[in-house]
Design a protein around this ligand. Structure first.
Ligand SMILES: [Zn+2]
Length: 340
């Protein structure tokens, strides 16, 4: 084992120990990274996606997104890569939705710079596609536009615009009053819950039979993308990063009965984002499917319980764990102090 990993590992053990955390395992498992194929290099701060699938599949789904406003104006901001050497293991969440989330998937995705992971797998059409934080699991038996819907959850933090569904408090596309939309295509009752309103009758967050989110959503997404109208905020092009030379900490949390405990931390090789805060209430699983002749999607949103794996780049010293914005714990990674 590389001496650097021993030093990082020992530092994590010492720092976690003196921080008073009770935790059960520290795994030091630098492993061979998979080959990452870069399809497109975007700009610093733009959305970055890694697909588990072929080049052709990745292009097919990205072209769906690029055909939707406002992503059509921001194609050059996306960083897109794919991994075609493994087939991730997925589960059928509650027997009804495809969910490809595991420690192994998070570790494999670290071969590519990314914020979002997209896994493609064919299932019977009744099995729903899902979005779980940055992990999008697409049933390839669904219309291609399901990708725009699930990316709306993952990137825009949009709630379902069909009813009934759960309404996350962080979502802004469903409002209690029509006056809360600065711009809109209209105002329609029913947005996750019957007492809330949506700004478009039939947008992507309600139906796969359309190719628009709505003008309220477009303005919201332009802000996130850093594009305003026809002018784009200039960003520096990202040089292709070599994730094999980078290190990160994989923080293992367990969420159960509304409580979150820190299970362990492992030192890993690969790319990760400089995440400094985890909001435990944000771990929602959106699950969706639309029958072929139906006008609207149906589905459910679940509050996730179980194992969570948070990759944190080597530059971050402390990961704050929050519930409803209140600090409930900290993981002291100390990687900066201890970098070999
Ligand atoms: Zn949905």
């Amino acid at each position: 084992m590389d001496m650097k990993w021993w030093v990082i590992g020992v530092c994590i053990i010492v720092i976690l120990g003196i921080s008073g955390w009770i935790w059960q395992d520290v795994r030091i498992s630098p492993s061979e990274l998979l080959i990452c194929h870069t399809l497109q290099e975007g700009v610093d701060g733009g959305p970055s996606l890694v697909f588990f699938g072929s080049k052709e599949e990745t292009e097919r789904y990205m072209n769906v997104l690029y055909g939707v406003k406002p992503f059509d104006e921001a194609k050059d901001r996306f960083t897109v890569s794919y991994i075609d050497s493994v087939v991730p293991t997925c589960e059928l969440y509650k027997g009804i939705a495809l969910l490809c989330y595991s420690r192994e998937l998070v570790q494999q995705a670290a071969a590519c710079e990314h914020e979002y992971i997209v896994v493609l797998q064919e299932q019977p059409a009744v099995i729903r596609s899902s979005a779980f934080k940055g992990v999008i699991s697409l049933n390839t038996a669904h219309q291609l536009s399901v990708f725009a819907h699930e990316f709306g959850h993952a990137f825009g933090d949009f709630a379902e615009e069909y009813t009934p569904a759960s309404l996350p408090s962080s979502s802004d596309n469903c409002q209690a009053s029509c006056d809360d939309f600065a711009v809109s295509d209209g105002c329609y009752q029913g947005c996750s819950e019957t007492g809330y309103y949506r700004s478009i009758d039939l947008g992507i967050m309600r139906s796969l039979q359309t190719t628009q989110y709505g003008i309220w959503h477009e303005a919201y997404l332009r802000d996130l993308l850093g594009v305003q109208g026809s002018s784009s905020i200039t960003g520096n092009a990202i040089a292709p990063g070599d994730c094999a030379t980078q290190s990160y900490s994989l923080v293992h949390l367990v969420k159960r009965d509304g409580k979150t405990i820190i299970q362990g931390v492992s030192a890993e090789t690969g790319c990760a984002l400089p995440v400094s805060t985890v909001e435990t209430t944000s771990f929602q699983i959106f699950t969706d499917a639309q029958e072929i002749h139906a006008l609207q999607l149906t589905g459910e949103t679940f509050a996730f319980e179980g194992d969570l794996f948070i990759p944190v780049s080597g530059a971050v010293e402390t990961l704050a764990i929050k519930t409803n914005g209140q600090l409930v714990g900290e993981v002291h990674l100390g990687a900066t102090l201890c970098r070999a």
